[in-house]
Design a binder for this molecule. Structure first.
Ligand code: ADP
Length: 201
């Protein structure tokens, strides 16, 4: 990264995150949902966003596919591109965070290294790792987007859980076992753990 590049960030002249949190009546956090494709990350993030909004909070979802058709539409699935994908997402999440927003990130983020990278950009005190723990067999049976079928047929290479590894988090802040829960029960469990962290004052 260039050091002397005539870039002069103006952070100290901007309104602070605390000013914005006060306006929004919440403490900002980044919830980082990790899990296999089809584990339920997007569904839970969307349900959580609605529930937080209805409870008077100001949340925003950042979702894998949305980001890949927009800001990251030049990236593929090589190791380098996956890392750059997560770096940009984490930087965007940090911008939301510093705007006082409760940010729900829904990305497979398959390795410990990649999640630690996101955590280091966002700041460990702001980062809540949520493991959406759904067995591969259940994800594959759901096959929401038909991707497992394609991966098994060899039409998609490097698919997480099939021919690319998923390293389950060892000590997630929150873990949701979705296989025997409804979507509402899953988000409620997250909300119960999240509430004390986002309440102001
Ligand atoms: P991901 O974003 O992890 O790829 P999706 O949210 O797109 O996964 O798909 C998960 C699918 O599993 C959805 O069809 C959802 O309705 C279903 N599902 C069943 N039970 C649950 C649960 N407890 N939590 C989340 N999703 C669930």
């Amino acid at each position: 990264m260039p050091t002397d590049n005539n870039i002069h960030p103006i952070f100290e002249r901007l309104l602070s995150r605390e000013d914005k949190e006060k306006r929004l009546g919440q403490r900002a956090k980044v919830l980082w949902l990790t899990g296999l494709s089809g584990s339920g990350k997007s569904t839970i993030a969307q349900d959580l966003e609605r529930q937080l909004y209805n409870a008077g909070y100001f949340p925003q979802v950042l979702d894998g596919d949305n980001i890949r058709v927009g800001i990251n539409n030049n990236l593929g699935f090589s190791i380098e591109d996956r890392t750059e994908n997560i770096r940009r997402i984490a930087e965007v999440a940090k911008l939301y965070l510093n705007s006082g927003i409760i940010t729900l990130c829904s990305f497979i983020s398959p390795t410990k290294e990649i999640r630690n990278f996101a955590r280091s950009i966002i700041g460990p005190e702001n980062f809540i790792e949520v493991f959406i723990n759904t067995p591969l067999e259940v994800c594959e049976a759901r096959d929401v987007k038909g991707l497992y079928k394609k991966a098994r047929a060899g039409e998609i290479k490097g698919f997480t859980g099939i021919d690319s590894p998923y390293e389950a988090p060892k000590n997630p802040d929150i873990e949701i076992l979705t296989a025997d829960k409804t979507v509402e029960e899953s988000s409620q469990q997250i909300l119960d753990q999240l509430n004390p962290l986002i309440k102001l004052g």
